[in-house]
Design a protein around this ligand. Structure first.
Ligand SMILES: Cc1ncc(COP(=O)(O)O)c(C=O)c1O
Length: 390
């Protein structure tokens, strides 16, 4: 069958391919430890589940407004005010089935063919694929350990052209865990002010997972002019262990953009699931303590994982400031990230994600959304695998 040229340009998800291979090995009775997860290993807190169950019992089983219930959009406005000091009204919020959906719809609403999207690299692998499908052009801003995997004002300025339309910022970052400080964002703002056409899509999905006593800072909260050009995207998946609930949102500075995003959604998925939205309100209004507890566990695991990895000479680590991934440099192995990942899966039975789809052949991504016991075993296995073959 002849497929569209648009879809032929999209790369299949490596993450899903690795997960499928690991599942197949497990089904053959092989004890595989998977460090590939992009989701918290905790269950959704009970009080959130109860709110959804109550909504079902009350008959909230019908279509809701396309952008989400007024209650949920009001709860999102309260959250953005409380946590970031940002003022939004419910008609500026569009809730979709996950932040991924919200990002896609926002890019769809903004990009004309040939518009450039600036993407700091390494990046979350879905950004460039979405840009390709929509007909935009991804422009990568390569970063590495020396800048903490963050772009500098000079890098930003160098990448901007008359076609630049959107800069994607993702702090904390998947896959690197990099967190931009207030000062770093202020420095980027100085450059942005020279280019009034440039918008920011600020993906803040890992906002609640920031370590070492640091606080999340949204670029939108630092400057009123930049706030008018920033679309804040966030969701429930990572903060409240709600990946399967599929709730994420875009907070649009411009009501016309919110209308456009809503319009796209109205012709594709319509509203997010009715009763999960009730759970979403509970999470935003009452979820801080639970989110904080999960964050503490992730931070402890990060420290354990980093200390254990010191024994693998050919792996070099960088301490991430947030999220739940280590982006480990494997250059000293002399192999590509694909080759390292293949060897780890086939010989050590440890599933990791190679860096290539994130924009780096020199790194692998290890998720610590697993128990401490699994972290100990995985490092033991990886160390044995690379001790023998070095
Ligand atoms: C950086 C980033 N943004 C957005 C998402 C989308 O999350 P969801 O669609 O579950 O809300 C993810 C999920 O892995 C992510 O890592």
């Amino acid at each position: 069958m002849e497929l569209s040229t648009k879809i032929l340009a999209v790369k299949p998800s490596v993450t899903l391919a690795i997960a499928a291979k690991a599942r197949e090995m497990k089904s053959q009775g092989i004890d595989v430890i998977s460090l590939s997860a992009g989701e918290p290993d905790f269950d959704t807190p009970d009080f959130i589940k109860e709110s959804a169950v109550e909504a079902l019992r009350k008959g909230q089983t019908k279509y809701t407004p396309v952008s989400g219930t007024l209650e949920l959009r009001q709860a999102i406005c309260r959250k953005l005010k409380r946590d970031q000091g940002l003022d939004f009204s419910p008609d500026q919020i569009v809730v979709g089935t996950g932040a991924k959906h919200a990002i896609f719809n926002v890019l769809f609403a903004l990009l004309n063919p040939g518009d450039e999207v600036l993407i700091p690299s390494p990046y979350w692998l879905s950004y460039p694929e979405m840009v390709t499908v929509i007909g935009g052009v991804s422009v990568f801003l390569p970063t590495c350990e020396s800048t903490g995997f963050k772009i500098t004002p000079a890098m930003l300025e160098k990448a901007i052209t008359p076609k630049s339309k959107v800069l994607i910022l993702n702090s904390p970052s998947n896959p690197t865990g990099a967190v931009y400080s207030r000062e770093e964002l202020l420095a980027l703002i100085q450059v942005m002010k020279k280019y009034p056409r440039l918008l920011v899509l600020s993906d803040e999905i890992y906002e609640k997972l920031i370590f070492d006593g640091q606080k999340h800072c949204s670029i939108a909260q630092l400057d009123s002019e930049i706030a008018k050009r920033t679309i804040v995207v966030n969701g429930h998946s990572k903060a409240y262990a709600m990946t399967g609930w599929r709730l994420g949102y875009a907070a649009c500075p411009d009501k016309a953009l919110a209308k456009a995003v809503e319009s796209i959604q109205s012709h594709s998925t319509s509203n997010p699931v009715s009763f999960t939205q009730a759970g979403g309100v509970a999470a935003l209004d009452r979820g801080e303590a639970e989110a904080g507890k999960m964050k503490d566990v992730f931070e402890k695991r990060r420290d354990l994982f980093l200390s254990l990895l010191e024994k693998i000479d050919c792996f070099t680590t960088t301490k991430p400031g947030g999220a739940f991934y280590l982006f480990v440099n494997i250059k000293k192995t002399g192999l590509s990230a694909f080759e390292v990942s293949k060897r780890l899966l086939e010989e050590a039975h440890v599933a990791v994600i190679p860096g290539e789809p994130f924009g780096s052949a020199e790194h692998i991504r290890l998720s610590y959304a697993v128990s401490e016991k699994e972290i100990y075993s995985a490092v033991e296995r990886m160390a044995n695998c690379f001790k023998q073959k070095k």
